[in-house]
Ligand binder design. Structure first.
Ligand SMILES: [Cu+2]
Length: 259
């Protein structure tokens, strides 16, 4: 309890456990998260209050059976309609905020194809670098990948997998999306803070699932371009879909199931 009293922790209390938001989509998610808790708390207090009231007011006083009430129409209408009203309000705000969070623009500044493979990540930057169409970097179990992003520029992500279902999760972006083989899931966001953020796979995907971690590095536009040129200079051009790495990741031995 004492370790929960630092100023850092009290700030986190105000966000009800969320890490500091680092993208343009986090505000909508944060208000939905906190709003849902406030709604739940109001309903909870009402229910607890009624339980307490009923158990004190109507406690057993003698051996006679209490008066039985049936077919109380107003009461029945109330407890049929009240849950619909609650669900309706939560549904409305979930759809409204969900639309904001998943909105796509026609011309994002950058497109990155994120490949989740057993058991690391490959990032294909679709920018044209020194005349080359796209550069990539991939992680290994021993050397997890780093996803570089430019601050204040919109990024469109295409998520693909050559093997099993993974889940692309950056807690500081308040965003998690499944990476499903045979399907391209999309998301878009604009990082708003420079710095390093943790990323991980959030779907149990096999033996080394826990090592499917990566780092998100949000940097200035110039540093971002410099990094892409660095990758191009290393010859990491074109697109890596992760299919090769899916069976032979250095350090992991043969793919799970083939042992
Ligand atoms: Cu995974």
């Amino acid at each position: 309890m004492l370790t929960g009293c630092t100023s850092e922790e009290t700030a986190q209390w105000k966000r009800l456990g969320l890490p500091p938001g680092a993208s343009d989509r986090t505000e909508a998610m944060k208000s939905l998260w906190i709003g849902a808790w406030i709604a739940a708390l109001i309903i909870g207090v009402m229910v607890w209050g009624l339980i307490l009231f009923a158990s004190v007011r109507y406690r057993k006083r003698n051996e006679n059976a209490p008066r039985q009430t049936r077919y109380n129409l107003p009461l029945e209408v109330l407890y049929t309609l009240a849950p619909f009203a609650i669900i309706g309000v939560l549904f409305f705000y979930t759809v409204e905020h969900g639309n904001k969070i998943t909105a796509m623009s026609d011309h994002p500044a950058h497109t990155i194809n994120v490949v989740g493979q057993q058991w690391q990540w490959t990032f294909n930057y679709k920018d044209t670098v020194d005349g080359q169409e796209g550069v990539w970097e991939t992680g290994t179990l021993d050397n997890p990948a780093t996803l570089w992003l430019p601050v204040n520029e919109s990024v469109h992500f295409d998520l693909t997998s050559p093997d099993v279902i993974h889940s692309f999760w950056v807690p500081s972006f308040y965003f998690k999306l499944d990476v499903i083989p045979g399907r391209t899931n999309k998301l878009e966001l604009t990082p708003t803070k420079t710095g390093s953020f943790a990323g991980k796979c959030a779907e149990l995907c096999g033996l080394y699932h826990s090592r499917m971690v990566f780092t998100v590095k949000v940097v200035s536009a110039d540093e971002y371009q410099a990094h892409l040129r660095e990758l191009a200079a290393k010859g990491q051009t074109g697109a890596a879909t992760g299919g090769q790495d899916a069976t032979t990741i250095p350090g992991s031995g043969p793919k799970e199931g083939q042992k």
